[in-house]
Design a binder for this molecule. Structure first.
Ligand code: SF4
Ligand code: SF4
Length: 400
């Protein structure tokens, strides 16, 4: 039988105050105990700040952690791939805008990975009809592969692949090298701001949930949707003063606050975070060898209290392994998968990288081999639509 210990209401309050919001359900049992006089098993307890037991003796790890160099390599490779796709897409747009007189390159379908809302629509279309949409199918495959990666490896898309996440990370690293530290918003501002990305996500989800398969197909085949990627490029090519100031504000905020855009505003990351809650993989801490040095919590870019929790279940965890990299104690902090009822097995960084690469390249390779990657439209359609991209009317999708 597990040892049973009663906890006081102030102890529960202390735990909840320190805990990341997504972990609070873990402590529902504690609250139930307070209200219903139930009991709390010892293995579910978290230590309060006022009751610090004697530290464990440090058994220093003897392995060399290379997780961050592996992750940085993945980030650079994926960012380079995106730059390549971006340049090719720009040249293709210039060709279409010139009426076919400029140097001709093929349209890189990978650019559709930058259209996650369309990807969400396509996923719904696929779930209803069992068919992959013909238009911008690459977007559907990329969106699906990022969802699967987030399910298997927590929100690893954000910290291993996403070019915006990479830029964001380098900005706060730049800020840290200049100011010697990153800054955190006070808790009263942090929690409401974190919900902003879910608010934006719920607006998109509400719009997509209301669409039938027929209305999604109608939208995807509309002139507006056919060149929505060109409109996105034009948005940044001919950026207005207000938008430029907003972007500059985000860049400056990202230098001071770690992952400002991702943490507070990115609905895509919010969605992937919700998917990652279902993941069996998570960071686990062995309390019996942990020396409570708190290096893991200080290193966590998502400001999670890694040193206080036995497992990190938060939707904010991006599987970056920064906490694992700095932990000095042997076999104490691991990215893990369940093995049996109460045991977990460590997943090394190289196998995470290999898994992410296999999932990404596997899905893309499947789409290419089966001939579903490219949108096959006659050149004349693009030559007609691209020069007038910003004049296309948005089709308001009907609900039925
Ligand atoms: S808990 Fe660890 S793996 Fe998760 S975001 Fe924080 S540092 Fe990265
Ligand atoms: S880094 Fe975290 S998990 Fe590792 S010993 Fe220190 S407090 Fe414990």
């Amino acid at each position: 039988m597990a040892n049973i210990r009663r906890v006081s209401f102030s102890e529960v309050s202390t735990i909840l105050a320190r805990c990341d919001i997504s972990h609070r359900s873990r402590f529902a049992a504690l609250i139930c105990w307070e209200l219903g006089d139930a009991a709390v098993p010892d293995e579910h307890q978290e230590r309060s700040q006022t009751q610090k037991p004697a530290r464990n003796k440090l058994i220093r790890r003897d392995d060399h952690d290379n997780s961050q160099s592996i992750r940085f390599t993945a980030q650079i490779l994926f960012a380079t791939l995106n730059v390549w796709v971006g340049v090719q897409f720009y040249l293709w747009v210039r060709w279409a805008e010139s009426g076919g007189r400029a140097f001709e390159v093929s349209r890189p379908a990978g650019v559709e990975g930058w259209l996650p809302i369309e990807g969400l629509m396509q996923l719904k279309y696929f779930l209803i009809t069992g068919k992959v949409p013909h238009v911008h199918a690459a977007g559907f495959f990329l969106f699906t592969s990022f969802l699967v990666i987030s399910f298997v490896f927590r929100k690893a898309f954000c910290s291993w692949l996403c070019p915006v996440g990479t830029v964001s990370e380098y900005l706060w690293r730049l800020g840290r090298s200049i100011f010697g530290r990153s800054f955190q918003l006070p808790r009263w501002a942090d929690i409401p701001l974190r919900s902003l990305k879910y608010l934006v996500l719920s607006l998109f989800a509400y719009a997509v949930i209301g669409m039938s398969a027929a209305s999604i197909a109608e939208f995807l085949n509309s002139p507006y949707a056919l060149i929505v990627d060109v409109r996105m490029l034009n948005f940044f090519r001919y950026i207005g003063g207000t938008v430029a100031w907003v972007v500059l504000g985000l860049v400056i905020a990202s230098i001071f606050v770690q992952n400002f855009w991702c943490r507070y505003l990115c609905p895509y990351g919010g969605f992937l975070g919700l998917v990652s809650l279902l993941s069996p993989m998570r960071i686990a801490r062995n309390a019996s060898t942990c020396i409570d040095c708190a290096k893991c919590a200080k290193a966590c870019p998502s400001a999670l209290p890694v040193d206080k929790l036995l497992q990190i279940r938060s939707a904010e965890c991006t599987g970056c392994l920064e906490c694992v990299a700095v932990c000095p104690a042997k076999e104490t902090l691991i990215m893990s998968v369940p093995l049996g009822v109460r045991k977990r097995r460590a997943i090394p960084a190289w196998s995470m990288a290999a898994g992410i690469a296999i999932l990404f390249l596997g899905v893309v390779g499947y789409a290419k081999v089966t001939g579903q990657w490219n949108t096959n439209l006659p050149k004349q359609v693009y030559l007609q639509l691209v020069p007038n991209a910003d004049e296309q009317e948005h089709l308001i999708p009907s609900e039925h």
